[in-house]
Design a protein around this ligand. Structure first.
Ligand code: GLP
Length: 242
């Protein structure tokens, strides 16, 4: 794992965006794995800026997102589909038919299977990841099997609490389940760029980098991946030097 520490969230976003811009400029039909949450927001802003400045085009890019809440349709303001449209897709030249997210509506098991079938037929060149404060990646909560594929998961209490800020701070409004790529799907990406900022990520980052490889801390599986870069601000990196 390569670790890079940045002075600010903005610099971190620029640093992460550069990986994606360089890849797409080398390979115009790159397949990108994308993430939601507040961690990637600055990265997406930098991608939008680069597109507007004619420094990159996403016209031939395909994207696959990590996860979606069960029960939220594409029109719901807090669905991950809406997040991606608002924070990236509607501002760049990506083709709507090249955008892939699991569907949160309908038969959950079937939706997981359909999404997993799509993933099985593609190879993600670069996967962007955030990390939950409990060490989850995508929505693979602690205890998820390392060989998991796309599945439905019940969100843990602290994940619901962390995400309540997107739902008027009302715990009862946060969906209880989500569809998520499994850890095995994520590990198949050729390269992984994980970003984290803030002190509430410091412990999870420490365990991911220096702790044992264990299903109790899902992100620790990344120690087994040959091509991972971890981009942090100083707060998220704070425990790594101890
Ligand atoms: C959610 C998402 C994850 C994300 C995590 C951290 O659980 N499913 O993909 O990494 O939140 O979110 P944030 O970046 O907002 O801290």
């Amino acid at each position: 794992m390569e670790i890079k520490v940045f002075e600010s969230k903005k610099e971190l976003g620029k640093g992460a965006a550069k990986y994606f811009i360089d890849l797409v400029n080398q390979k115009s039909d790159a397949v990108l794995g994308l993430a939601t949450g507040s961690s990637p927001e600055n990265t997406y802003l930098e991608l939008i800026n680069a597109y507007k400045e004619n420094k990159v085009s996403f016209a031939n890019v395909k994207t696959y997102n990590l996860d979606e809440y069960v029960g939220l349709d594409t029109n719901h303001p807090q669905s991950y589909y809406t997040f991606m449209q608002e924070n990236l897709f509607k501002h760049i030249d990506i083709k709507q038919e090249n955008i892939n997210l699991p569907s949160g509506i309908g038969d959950t098991q079937l939706n997981c299977q359909l999404y997993n079938d799509k993933l099985a037929q593609t190879e993600i060149d670069m996967q962007l990841l955030g990390i939950g404060s409990n060490g989850h990646i995508a929505f693979n909560e602690p205890g998820t099997a390392f060989d998991s594929i796309t599945h439905c998961i019940e969100l843990q209490k602290n994940t619901v609490a962390d995400n309540a800020r997107f739902f008027d701070n009302d715990l009862t409004k946060v969906p209880t389940h989500a569809l998520t790529m499994g850890l095995s799907n994520i590990m198949q990406a050729k390269q992984i760029v994980l970003i984290a900022y803030g002190k509430n990520k410091a412990q999870a980052i420490y365990e991911m980098v220096k702790g044992p490889i264990t299903e109790a801390l899902p992100a620790s599986i990344l120690q087994n991946h040959p091509n991972v870069v971890v981009l942090l601000d100083e707060e998220a990196a704070a425990l790594l030097n101890d």
